[in-house]
Design a protein around this ligand. Structure first.
Ligand SMILES: Nc1nc2c(ncn2[C@@H]2O[C@H](COP(=O)(O)OP(=O)(O)OP(=O)(O)O)[C@@H](O)[C@H]2O)c(=O)[nH]1
Ligand SMILES: [Mg+2]
Length: 245
């Protein structure tokens, strides 16, 4: 619990037996529930997650977005925090981000890793991210510094107002597009975080995922993806507001 809010952490995991102990080993105690969305992992991901007390949900359909949707539906907290199961995102930033959210009354926070990602080994990723950020600006008219980051903090009712169609890596840019474009309903902000080298093998296929995510932006912009049903009942925003009042 944090300031009367129940906190869930949701992580999509595909073969993260090496990364998960890093994440789950130093989680702040304010996190009430951890949901690991496992996707046909062939290593000990599920066992490791359970050994730390996490709830493991299984999604047979392969993909980052497919796993996230299943994991998010299982989360019961008032506020949901997400991150990769690889140790890259800072667990000790969770209370700070929650402070900003609760004290400043934000509904959706997306984290920006760009200040800590500019190492030679990452140049191509940083460039790809910049290209995608640029197209988001061109196509959707809003600024985001790190459209591909996987750490978000948001009130659970927000899920009732998003159309999340992507089952793949494009889920990351789609959740930001959906939340940040609904300015009247959802108060959003992008905040910088620290970012470390991952443990275990990367699942990102840079060229394939990069071009796919770019193509996805065009399809989203021109309405070719249709509407996905919300992951929670849309009315839950009002219930949430009432219970916090
Ligand atoms: N459940 C599930 N999780 C996935 C899948 N692909 C990737 N993931 C997870 O999604 C998260 C993001 O994947 P990463 O390989 O870390 O991709 P990335 O963060 O862009 O790249 P790195 O900087 O190398 O970590 C990790 O926790 C992965 O285990 C998938 O198909 N299914
Ligand atoms: Mg990662």
């Amino acid at each position: 619990m944090y300031k009367n809010h129940r906190i869930s952490l949701v992580m999509p995991c595909y073969n993260e037996e090496h990364g998960l102990p890093q994440v789950l080993g130093d989680l702040p105690s304010i996190v009430d529930e951890v949901v690991v969305a496992d996707n046909n992992s062939t290593d000990r991901t599920a066992e490791v997650a359970k050994s730390f007390g996490a709830i493991v949900v299984t999604e047979k359909k392969q993909g980052y977005g497919a796993a996230y949707k299943t994991g998010l539906c299982r989360a019961t907290g008032d506020i949901i925090v997400t991150m990769d199961g690889d140790g890259t995102y800072p667990r000790n930033f969770i209370p700070i981000l929650l402070d900003v959210m609760i004290d400043e009354n934000f509904d959706f926070i997306t984290c920006d890793r760009t200040g800590h990602k500019d190492k030679p080994s990452n140049r191509l990723r940083v460039f790809g991210n910049d290209v995608l950020n640029f197209f988001i600006w061109i196509l959707f008219w809003f600024n985001v510094r790190d459209s591909q980051s996987g750490m978000w903090v948001f009130r659970r009712w927000v899920l009732g107002h998003l159309s999340l169609t992507s089952d793949g890596m494009a889920f990351s840019e789609e959740i930001k597009l959906e939340a940040m474009s609904k300015k009247k309903l959802i108060r959003s902000i992008e905040l910088p975080v620290y970012y470390k080298e991952r443990h275990g093998v990367s699942k990102l296929r840079i060229w394939r995922d990069g071009f796919y995510n770019l193509f996805f932006l065009f399809r989203k912009r021109f309405g070719l993806l249709g509407q996905a049903p919300p992951l929670v009942e849309p009315s839950s925003r009002n219930l949430q507001k009432q219970s916090n009042a």
